[in-house]
Design a protein around this ligand. Structure first.
Ligand code: ATP
Ligand code: MG
Length: 346
C-alpha cells in the first residue's frame, strides 16, 4: 500500500477566549483524523462554524494545534517543524482561499504575483525563463492570451479569472497538496463549474491532491473522491462521495442531503446547505461548553439517551465508509435503535 500524502491524526484546536481570571476555550476541533492519498480530492462539508477552515489552517501551519499529528509523506511535520513550516513544506502544501480578490495585491500585475514565488523558490534562472514560466502557468489555468493577462491588474479580471490566478500562483511551486477553502463560493454561478473542472484536470495531469472545503454538498459530490462530514468540530461520517450521498448513515448527513433534493441540479445554484426548520429550531451546542456525548444529540431526530452520555466511537460500515453514531455502534449491550428513525420533514 502506498503512503498517503497527508495523514491527520487526532488534530485538536481549542481557542482560548474569556479573561485571565475566567479562562474558557472554544473547542473548534476535536480529534479529527483522516488521510489524503496522492491524486485524491477529499471534500469536507459542514455548516458554518463546524471547524472546516480551522482544519485546513492547521494543516497549512497558519496556527498551532492544541494536539494531534500532521504527517506529510510519512514524516511528522509538527515534530520536524515545531515553530511553523519550512519553505519546503509550504511549497508542497499550498492554500487557496474563498476570496480571490482579497488574496491578490491590487497594486501588482498578475505577472508580478506569479514571478515572486518563482523567484523566491528559485524556479527560474533568468528573466526570459521567468516570463516563459509565467505564461505557461497562465495558459495552464486557462487564461489566454497569457502575455496579455500577465500585464493586467487584479481589478481588470472577473472573480473566476482571479481564482484561476490564485490557482496558478499555487502551481508556481509544484505543490503536492492544495488546501482549497470554499474556492468557488464567492464566484458567479456560471463560472463555478469551470474552476472545479480546472482543479480536477490538475489532479489528473499532475497528481495533485486536494482538501476541498465547502458548504455545498453537491459540489463535494462533483469533485470529491471522498467526502467527510463535520459537525461542531467533529468528523461524523466519511465515505467515497457517491456512497455517502446514496447511503448516508449519520442523521446529520441525512439532514444535509435532505436539504438538497437533487444534488446535480444543486451544483452552482445552491452555495449553502440549508438545514431543515425542525433541526434549525433545535439547540446548536456552544463550542465553549460542549455537553458530554454526541454534539449532534440536541438536534438529532433519532436521539437516544445514550447519545447524551458518550461520544460514539467510529464504526466501520465498509472499506471506505465509517460513521460516528450510536445508531451504528456494534456493541450489543447498547440499547437497540428505533427500527425506523423518525424522518425529518421539510
Ligand atoms: N481565532 C479564533 N478565536 C476563537 N474562536 C475561533 C477562532 N477561529 C475560529 N474560531 C471558532 O472556531 C469554530 C470553527 O470555526 P471555523 O472557521 O473553522 O468554521 P468553518 O466550518 O470554517 O465555518 P464557515 O463555514 O463559516 O467558514 C467557530 O466557532 C469559530 O467561531
Ligand atoms: Mg470557513
Amino acid at each position: 500500500m502506498t503512503t498517503p500524502v497527508l495523514e491527520i491524526q487526532n488534530l485538536t484546536k481549542h481557542f482560548a477566549v474569556g479573561t485571565l481570571a475566567k479562562p474558557s476555550y472554544v473547542h473548534a476541533l476535536e480529534d479529527v483524523s483522516f488521510k489524503v492519498n496522492r491524486g485524491e480530492v477529499v471534500a469536507i462539508v459542514g455548516e458554518s462554524g463546524s471547524g472546516k477552515s480551522t482544519t485546513v489552517r492547521l494543516i497549512a501551519r497558519l496556527m498551532e494545534p492544541t494536539r494531534g499529528e500532521i504527517i506529510f509523506k510519512g514524516q511528522s511535520i509538527l515534530k520536524t517543524e515545531p515553530k511553523g513550516a519550512t519553505l519546503d513544506y509550504r511549497s508542497k502544501v499550498q492554500m487557496i482561499f474563498q476570496d480571490p480578490f482579497g488574496s491578490l495585491n491590487p497594486i501588482h500585475t498578475i505577472g508580478h504575483h506569479l514571478e515572486r514565488p518563482l523567484l523566491i523558490h528559485k524556479k527560474a534562472k533568468n528573466k526570459k525563463e521567468l516570463q516563459e514560466k509565467v505564461e505557461t502557468l497562465l495558459t495552464t489555468v486557462g487564461l489566454n492570451p497569457a502575455a496579455e493577462f500577465a500585464g493586467k491588474y487584479p481589478h481588470q479580471l472577473s472573480g473566476g479569472q482571479r481564482q484561476r490566478v490564485a490557482i496558478a500562483r499555487a502551481l508556481t511551486v509544484d505543490p503536492e497538496v492544495i488546501l482549497a477553502d470554499e474556492p468557488i463560493s464567492m464566484l458567479d454561478v456560471s463560472i463555478r463549474m469551470g474552476v472545479l473542472n480546472l482543479m480536477d484536470k490538475l489532479k489528473v495531469d499532475r497528481g495533485i491532491s486536494y482538501i476541498y472545503i465547502t458548504h455545498d454538498i453537491a459540489s463535494a459530490r462533483y469533485i470529491g473522491d471522498r467526502t467527510m462530514v463535520m459537525y461542531a468540530g467533529h468528523m461524523v461520517e466519511g465515505a467515497e462521495s457517491t456512497d455517502l450521498m446514496q447511503n448516508p448513515a449519520h442523521p446529520y448527513t441525512k439532514l444535509l442531503l435532505s436539504a438538497v433534493p437533487n444534488p446535480h441540479a444543486g451544483l452552482g445554484k445552491q452555495t449553502h446547505v440549508e438545514i431543515p426548520d425542525a433541526a434549525k429550531r433545535a439547540e446548536i451546542p456552544s463550542l465553549i461548553d460542549l455537553p458530554p456525548g454526541c454534539p449532534f444529540a440536541s438536534r438529532c431526530p433519532a436521539v437516544m439517551s445514550l447519545c447524551h452520555k458518550t461520544m460514539p466511537a467510529v464504526t466501520t460500515l465498509s472499506a471506505q465508509h465509517w460513521v460516528r453514531c450510536h445508531l451504528h455502534t456494534a456493541d450489543e449491550s447498547l440499547p437497540l435503535p428505533p427500527p425506523n428513525p423518525p424522518r425529518v420533514s421539510l
